[in-house]
Design a protein around this ligand. Structure first.
Ligand SMILES: CC[C@H](C(=O)O)C(=O)SCCNC(=O)CCNC(=O)[C@H](O)C(C)(C)COP(=O)(O)OP(=O)(O)OC[C@H]1O[C@@H](n2cnc3c(N)ncnc32)[C@H](O)[C@@H]1OP(=O)(O)O
Ligand code: CO
Length: 153
């Protein structure tokens, strides 16, 4: 399996509107998407796109932050928020060419895969690897979008 780009950094937050105001007003983010609910994933989510090195007006954005708030106590983020009420870095998401091949690969290594492969917030297949098997880092694996989606308002 070949590791692809770091697609996004997942950040859990208690209040997504307050978090948007923080990234906009404190950190000066200019490319933040409207938040939306993903009930099947138990989260409310939005993306903060940072500019590329070539400046904020280029077509492709730089590193993307995925802000996540739990929808209810059944959310997979709920337990994390209980332990980290202020929120914080939640997961890393790496891209791969072929999600099925990647799933077989990690299974062959005995890594715990959390739930079925499903469509994530970027509209492509994802799965998660247990943090205890990944040096304490909850790791999302995502199939590379066929054309790089530019997430903006
Ligand atoms: C909308 C899709 C979007 C996308 O990109 O497309 C997303 O990224 S959605 C993101 C939210 N969804 C998920 O995170 C799904 C996978 N996560 C899970 O299944 C759970 O969160 C799980 C199993 C990782 C943890 O669940 P929970 O906290 O309820 O279980 P435990 O308390 O038993 O935790 C076990 C153990 O792991 C530690 N832990 C929990 N979360 C994290 C984390 N984010 N990073 C590192 N470690 C984590 C927790 O502290 C426990 O450790 P212990 O030493 O036993 O206390
Ligand atoms: Co994610």
């Amino acid at each position: 399996m070949k590791l692809g780009r770091l697609n996004h950094i997942g950040i859990a937050v208690p209040d997504i509107d307050a978090a948007i105001a923080h990234y906009r007003d404190v950190l000066g983010a200019t490319d933040i998407t409207e938040p939306f609910d993903l009930p099947e994933q138990g989260v409310r989510v939005c993306f903060v796109n940072t500019p590329t090195q070539s400046g904020p007006n280029s077509e492709l954005h730089g590193t993307q932050l995925e802000l996540l708030a739990p929808l209810d106590e059944n959310s997979p983020v709920h337990g994390f928020m209980q332990k980290n009420p202020a929120g914080g870095q939640h997961h890393l998401c790496f891209e791969v060419e072929d999600i099925a091949e990647a799933r077989t690969y990690f299974e062959s290594l005995g890594k715990r895969i959390l739930g079925p492969t499903r469509i994530g917030a970027h509209g492509t297949p994802i799965f998660f690897l247990h943090p205890k098997d990944m040096l304490g880092q909850l790791t999302e694996i995502m199939e590379t979008p066929k054309e790089d989606a530019h997430w903006s308002n």
